[in-house]
Design a protein around this ligand. Sequence first.
Ligand SMILES: NC(=O)c1ccc[n+]([C@@H]2O[C@H](COP(=O)([O-])OP(=O)(O)OC[C@H]3O[C@@H](n4cnc5c(N)ncnc54)[C@H](OP(=O)(O)O)[C@@H]3O)[C@@H](O)[C@H]2O)c1
Length: 281
Amino acid sequence: MIVVTGATGTVGGHVARLLCADHPTRLLGRSLSRLRAVVPAADVVTADFADQSSLERALEGARALFAVTANPLEPAHDAHLLAAARTAGVQHVVKLSALAVTDDRADDLITNWQRENEDRVRASGLAWTLLRPRSFMSNTLSWARSVRAHHTVATPQPQSRNASVDPRDVAEAAVIALTTAGHEQQEYALTGPQAISPAEQCEHLAQVLARPVRCVEISLERAYTAWAQHYPQPIARALLDSARRQGDGAKQGVDPTLARLLGRPATTYRAWATDHAHRFS
Ligand SMILES: NC(=O)c1ccc[n+]([C@@H]2O[C@H](COP(=O)([O-])OP(=O)(O)OC[C@H]3O[C@@H](n4cnc5c(N)ncnc54)[C@H](OP(=O)(O)O)[C@@H]3O)[C@@H](O)[C@H]2O)c1
């Protein structure tokens, strides 16, 4: 049996839908109703990363674990999850990390948190697979309200490119690692098929929606102010550092690993935008 954490989130939700169709699967989260909305007939269990004993109960009988944590200000969450996995006799952990961990110039809170998470997984004594995606294409859903209301996207560094990846592809890679042999002690860089800028993403959205989508540059300072209104200050600071690295070209590299794992080309932003056009209309 495979336990999926983050099952109500972006990647874990896709993993849950893919796994539940063909494999004994249990979805773990803090809310039964949110979990049941992902896959109505699924085996679901409530547990909280802050409470190790709840995780131990939730992982009973699990062979494999898809591990997604999302709060860099709570490093104990990963420690609890991994300790519970060992106690419950889980054999293989597939961990959602981030590609920035491989960038020597990245020294922000979020990247260092993922590095510590990876070190803990590698030292766990379990079989592990580390998935390191580049930015999710779905991050551009944060533009949807402004595109719907004003046909406008306000973004810093509109010409800076990022080899962003479709989270559905990341989920497919996770399912392959969880259900087929040969992925133990492997680190996979997962990028999209091309590096693409916010300005180019706006052009794709305009073509898909058949109406103009204006890309308006804002300063990094203004972007930081907006992030600081939504996130705790240390997270906003990390997002600013990350944006600066993108501006310096650090996120443009395209890696062939995802296409090799999937046996097909990674999904383009144009295809992602086509499938999500309703969110912007
Ligand atoms: N966004 C990107 O561009 C990007 C790129 C590379 C890597 N990543 C990495 O991807 C990960 C996030 O993945 P995602 O975007 O798919 O997640 P997400 O959509 O942010 O969802 C977070 C999930 O974590 C669960 N969760 C939060 N707190 C919890 C707690 N205390 N106990 C149990 N479950 C809890 C939530 O479930 P409930 O709230 O329903 O309990 C939810 O399912 C992060 O590690 C991030 O660093 C993101």
